[in-house]
Every structure is written in structure tokens, then in C-alpha cells.
Design a protein around this ligand. Structure first.
Ligand SMILES: Nc1ncnc2c1ncn2[C@@H]1O[C@H](COP(=O)(O)OP(=O)(O)OP(=O)(O)O)[C@@H](O)[C@H]1O
Ligand SMILES: [Mg+2]
Length: 306
């Protein structure tokens, strides 16, 4: 079965595209089939990181019905088993998608026939980005260790969590009191803890149901551009705080060091994890890719045993 990992962030320029491309390469090197989907519709550049100048087809061909299925616009890269679906030609025309277009893309992504589907998102918390992030139950978010980036990250998590909560309440049988309070008009400013309180007060029988659904979601995160002098326990601390405050699971995947050779690799059109495979940053990225596949394999084993 395909695994979809959306890669998002609260702040721009933290390294989402670099990490998406690197993990794509490393997962493909493990023999998995991987597709990278560039969903940064206004600022698509994933193809450049993979050394592709002008992908011959992309999401626009699918949206405008030139091809029937999204996989038909997946372009091979120089790495065997690694493909890219670019949005280069969408950039000028449709950075702001209509609801039906967004839904068409999300449904098609869920049907892509690859082992791993990595979604490189734009930064921030606009609804399109949040909905792409919520395509799967297991999103990855990236931030750098600066306070501004951490702050925006928390905003991103809260916004994604809130949107998820609202979707659950809208789609399931909660009392009309809860529905009106949470998804009715004039409630834009409602916060996640308030929603849980509203359910507790007006629909106590559904509390367990809500918490069970929320617990199925797993948010993973990576700290990028890490520097030696910083608190080595930062990731673990953030994981603890998030697991205490939300009813979903948070897992810290690892910290990737700042390395000037990342920029050198982009300029020389080489893949950092291949050209500089011996660096601490590449080794950490490999550990993260291994963690992702190991979790997968053990989940598969457990489901077979059960
Ligand atoms: N670990 C790292 N060490 C040094 N430079 C890095 C590292 N990770 C990313 N960079 C650099 O940071 C810049 C931003 O990276 P990238 O484009 O991947 O970020 P992004 O989150 O995708 O940005 P955007 O929000 O604009 O899509 C690039 O110049 C990249 O080379
Ligand atoms: Mg990017």
C-alpha cells in the first residue's frame, strides 16, 4: 500500500524541498518506488533540485484534462525508481486553486501507484496547504531552531489540528449544538482546546470517539539547519510538549545540521545526499529515511500478526 507523507512548514525557506528531494533519493535507493509531488503551486522548484530543467509534463496537464490520471505526468529522474510530478507550469496560472481542483488533486494523489508519495508543500497555513497536509494521517513538518521558525511551526500544527477537528465534527454524528458551535457561521476564531471543551459539555458520549480519531493522526517533525552550539535535546522537548497538549501523536525524526555544501550542491546541480554522502547531514537524512521505512515494516508485521 502507498504511504503518503506531506512535508509542510509554518515558515518559508526552512528546507522542505531539500528534505523532500533528499528523502526521495534515499527511499528510492532502498529499492522503493517513490514519487515527489511539487505542491508549492506558486513557487515550484523541486525539479531544479533534482537537476531537471523543464519537466515535460506536470499537474497542469492533469487539471486541464490532457491526461486522465495523475501518474501519467510523473517524470522519471536520474535516480532509478524516483519520479517527480511538477507544478512548474501551474505557477503563473493557479497558485490559488478552486475547491474542486484541490479535491481532484487530493483524490488523485491517494490513487498514485508508488510505495512512497512525498508532497512538497508551500509554506504557511492557507487552506489549500493545510488540506494538502491533511491528505494523509502522517504529515511531516520542518522547522529550523530559530525562535521565529519554532513559533510559526506551532502555529502551523495548531492550524492543521484545528482544520482536522472541524472536518471530523462536520463529517460525523455530533449533536447540532456541537456542530453549530464549531462549524457554523461566526466561529472562525474558535481554538482546538475550546472544541474539545464544547464536545465535553454538549456531547459527552462522543468524547472518546473524537479522541480515538485524533489519536490515529501522527505528526512527525524534523529540525533542519541545526548548529552544534544549540540544545541537543530541543527536538525531544518539543515532542514531549506536543504529545502533552494534543490528542494526536508527535514523533521527532531527527536534526539535520546546517552545511554550506547544501547550497554548493544546488548550484552545481548535484544531489547533496549523493555528492556529500559522508557528511553528518547526509548521514542524519539517511537515518530518517531508515526510520520511516522501519516504522512501515514493523506496522506491516504487526498487522499481519493481528
Ligand atoms: N541543512 C541545510 N544546510 C544548509 N543550507 C540548507 C539546509 N537545508 C536547506 N538549505 C538551504 O536553505 C534554502 C531553502 O531551502 P528549501 O528551498 O529546501 O526550503 P523550503 O522550505 O522548500 O522553501 P520554500 O518555503 O520557499 O519552499 C536553500 O538555499 C537550501 O539550499
Ligand atoms: Mg520549497
Amino acid at each position: 500500500m502507498s504511504k503518503i507523507y506531506p512535508i509542510g512548514s509554518g515558515k518559508g525557506g526552512v528546507g522542505k524541498s531539500f528534505i523532500a528531494a533528499s528523502l526521495g533519493v534515499l527511499l528510492a535507493k532502498q529499492g522503493k518506488t517513490v514519487v515527489l509531488v511539487d505542491l508549492d503551486l506558486g513557487g515550484s522548484n523541486l525539479h531544479t533540485l533534482l537537476g531537471i530543467k523543464n519537466p515535460k509534463s506536470g499537474i497542469d496537464s492533469f487539471l486541464y484534462k490532457k491526461v486522465k490520471r495523475l501518474e501519467h505526468v510523473a517524470v522519471p529522474t536520474s535516480i532509478p525508481d524516483l519520479f517527480i510530478i511538477s507544478s512548474l507550469h501551474c505557477s503563473m496560472e493557479i497558485p490559488n486553486l478552486f475547491y474542486v481542483q484541490k479535491q481532484k488533486i487530493i483524490n488523485a494523489i491517494r490513487e498514485l501507484p508508488f510505495d512512497y508519495i512525498l508532497l512538497d508543500l508551500g509554506s504557511g497555513t492557507n487552506f489549500n496547504t493545510l488540506d494538502f497536509f491533511l491528505t494523509s494521517k502522517e504529515g511531516i513538518f520542518i522547522f529550523t531552531p530559530e525562535p521565529t521558525s519554532i513559533e510559526n511551526s506551532f502555529r502551523f500544527i495548531k492550524a492543521a489540528y484545528l482544520r482536522r477537528l472541524k472536518q471530523i465534527i462536520k463529517r460525523h454524528a455530533f449533536t447540532s449544538m456541537v456542530k453549530n458551535a464549531v462549524v457554523g457561521p461566526n466561529n472562525e476564531a474558535i481554538k482546538s482546546p475550546d472544541i474539545i471543551d464544547i464536545v465535553l459539555e454538549h456531547d459527552p458520549d462522543r468524547e472518546k470517539f473524537l479522541k480515538d480519531i485524533l489519536s490515529e493522526f501522527k505528526f512527525r517533525f524534523i529540525i533542519n539547519q541545526f548548529r552544534k552550539n544549540l540544545d541537543a535535546k530541543l527536538g525531544d522537548k518539543i515532542e514531549t510538549v506536543c504529545n502533552r497538549h494534543f490528542y494526536s501523536n508527535f514523533e521527532f525524526l531527527g536534526s539535520i545540521n546546517y552545511d554550506e555544501r547544501v547550497c554548493d550542491a544546488v548550484i552545481s546541480k548535484k544531489l547533496f545526499v549523493l555528492k556529500y554522502s559522508y557528511t553528518t547531514s547526509s548521514i542524519e537524512l539517511k537515518k530518517i529515511a531508515d526510520k520511516i521505512t522501519k516504522t512501515e515494516e514493523s506496522a506491516l508485521l504487526t498487522s499481519r500478526i493481528l
